[in-house]
Structure formats: C-alpha cells, structure tokens
Design a protein around this ligand. Structure first.
Ligand code: KG4
Ligand code: ZN
Length: 333
C-alpha cells in the first residue's frame, strides 16, 4: 500500500511516499529555516505564505522521487494538528483537493503521533507496546504507545517544551536559530558540570516536566555575570543547561518505562536528535535492561514520512477523514 504523506504544521513543507507504513520511497522537505532566521523564530503568516508557494512542487517531487504517479497512491495522509493554523490549512487543503479530485481515501494524522511513528520507519522490528519520549519545539510528552493507533499520556510539560527552552537559551547565548543543534554542538566543548542548573520535579508522583525554571535560571545566571562584568564560557553554559534538561528527560522517561514494565524506550521529535540525550538515555536505561531506539535526525525533525507512516496505521484501523476535515491548531493527543 502506498501512502502519500503531507506535512505543513510549522516551518517545513514536506511530502513523502511510504510503502506499507515502513519503507520510504521518497522524502521531500522544503525547510523555511533561512526565511525565519532573521526574526529569531517562526513567523506564522510568513510560514503560511511559503507553504502555499511550495506545496505543489514538493508533492510533485515526492511522487517523482518515488517513481510513482497519483494513480499509484492508495491514500493521502495529512497533518491536521497541532500546529500553526494557517500553516496546517495549506496541507489540509492540498490533501482534501487531491483526495477529492483523485477519489482516494483521506487520512487525518496527529502531528505527535507522526513523530512517534518515525521510529517504525527506522526500526523495522519495532512493535508496540513501548514508552516514547516526544520532545520537540512545541511539545514534550511521555507517551505509552499501547498499539499503532492508541496512546496513553504519562507525562507532559506544564509550561515550555524542551525544544523551546533550547531555542531560548541559544538566543540568549547569541548562537542563532534554531537553537537545539547549535547548543548540542557547542556543548561538546564545554563542561556539563560547570554550573548546577535546577532539575525540576513538579510533584513526587508526577512525570510531568517544567522547563521554564531552568530557562529562567540560566538567563538570571548570565545577567548576574554580565552585571558584574564577569566573563563566562558559553560552551560551559550550553553544556550545563543541556545536562540539566537531559537529566530530567531521562529520569522521567525511564521511570515511565519501569512503571509500564517496558523494555523499550523510543525517542521522537526534534530534540530526539540531541546527542547528549541519546547517549544519556541509552546508558541510563541500559542499566535497567531497557533498550533505547530513535530515528535518524532527518526523521526526528518535521517530515512527511512520519505522517505517511502514521496514516498507514490509521488506514488499517479504518479511521478515515472526509471533506469536512479542518485544521485543529491545539489538537490534543
Ligand atoms: O520536531 P520539530 O522539528 O518541530 C516541532 O514539531 O516542534 O522540533 C524542532 C525543535 C526545535 O526547538 C529545535 O531547536 C530542536 O527541535 N532540536 C534540537 C536538536 N535538533 C533540533 N534540540 C536539541 N538538540 C538537537 N540536536
Ligand atoms: Zn514536529
């Protein structure tokens, strides 16, 4: 079965063709990073306009790269939330137009489910149940993946997403945008124990996250040094911040896996490409006999392969959308 996946929830216009949910025939991503760089973050209206300009070409390229035509496609899967409403609408409208004119089934995909499903593309033997940490620019969730379409949320952020904190601290350090990969790189040259930033636990029994405290702690720490005219080593700050955030992500996720008696932890979302997170999770979970899997970086950040993959399993579950499908910017899991 061939699924055409379409993704436009934020600043990537993406289309992909995936066979039987796991085999990637094409993966086209038109990233808008350069466009938004000068603003230090994604400007929603600018993003929507660029999606409109590029989506047709991106879809055509995905078909061409896969060596197929519209006639070969069995269904069209599209992200309908969560995300920026104007951006989502472009993908949803394109998918509806294609489904209608080609008379093909339409499948609506939750963006976060997509991120999780990226793991199936990379790890052909991976099967639910397992515990997944989804950490991106907009979300930080610990999810129990019960089966291919049903998830149970075990923990979530009460304020900022992990990626949002990375982006903010990178901006404060003057590194640029998006901040996650830049902090990851700089941190390799720094001492992760140089400064002890807070590791927040909301309640004793809660797996929820809070990253606004560590973000503020770093900002206050830097302000104080600047006010006193003291020099600081950016790499040490980056490494210490990253150490604090990844400690919390690992601790809570491993706790969730132990609670569920799960022997597998999957990582997903943009922050899942963080090298310190991957290493720490692998070694800490390993001590408890838990294996850690994650997609390669191109499948961690936004892409349409993950949407086609999630769409395949929704299709098998007979979960189809119709022409009333709309973008849902704050869609819940
Ligand atoms: O999944 P994604 O592409 O978009 C959302 O759905 O939000 O994630 C983007 C986020 C950004 O905040 C970016 O800074 C972060 O993922 N990110 C990273 C790394 N690569 C991307 N954060 C930490 N380390 C990285 N290597
Ligand atoms: Zn995403």
């Amino acid at each position: 079965m061939l699924i055409l996946g379409i993704e436009s929830s934020c600043d990537e216009t993406a289309a992909a063709v995936v066979k039987d949910g796991r085999t990637v025939l094409s993966n086209v991503i038109n990233t808008q990073i350069e466009l938004h760089k000068k603003f230090g973050g994604v400007v929603p209206e600018v993003a929507s306009r660029r999606h409109i300009e590029t989506i047709d070409a991106v879809i055509d390229e995905a078909l061409e790269e896969a060596g197929v035509t519209f006639a070969d496609i069995d269904a069209i899967a599209v992200t309908y939330g969560p995300g920026l409403v104007g951006a989502l609408l472009v993908g949803v409208s394109a998918a509806k137009a294609l489904a209608f004119t080609l008379n093909k089934p339409l499948v609506a995909v939750h963006h976060i489910k997509g991120h999780i499903m990226a793991n199936f593309v990379e790890h052909k033997d991976l099967e639910p149940p397992f515990v997944c940490l989804v950490a991106s620019g907009g979300h930080s969730h610990i999810v129990s993946v019960e089966d291919y379409t049903h998830l149970e949320i075990m923990g979530r952020t009460r304020d900022d997403a992990a990626g949002e904190a990375f982006d903010k601290i990178a901006r404060v350090l003057g590194l640029g945008y998006p901040g996650g990969p830049l902090i990851d790189k700089l941190a390799k040259e720094g001492n992760p124990d140089a400064v002890q930033f807070p590791r927040v636990r909301m309640d004793k029994d809660s797996l929820d996250f809070s990253f606004s405290g560590v973000k503020t702690a770093v900002i206050n720490y830097l302000h104080k040094l600047e006010q006193n005219g003291e020099q600081y080593n950016k790499a040490d700050i980056a490494a210490s911040f990253q150490n604090a955030v990844t400690d919390v992500l690992c601790e809570h996720t491993i706790e969730a896996a132990v609670l569920k008696n799960s022997k597998i932890i999957a990582l997903a979302g943009g922050v899942a490409s963080n090298s310190a997170l991957r290493e720490k999770m692998t070694s800490e979970a390993g001590k408890k006999g838990i294996t850690v899997v994650y997609p390669k970086p191109v499948f961690c950040t936004d892409n349409a392969v993950m949407i086609a993959c999630a769409g395949y399993y929704e299709y098998l579950d007979n979960n189809f959308a119709d022409m009333t499908l709309n973008a849902v910017p704050s869609l819940q899991l």
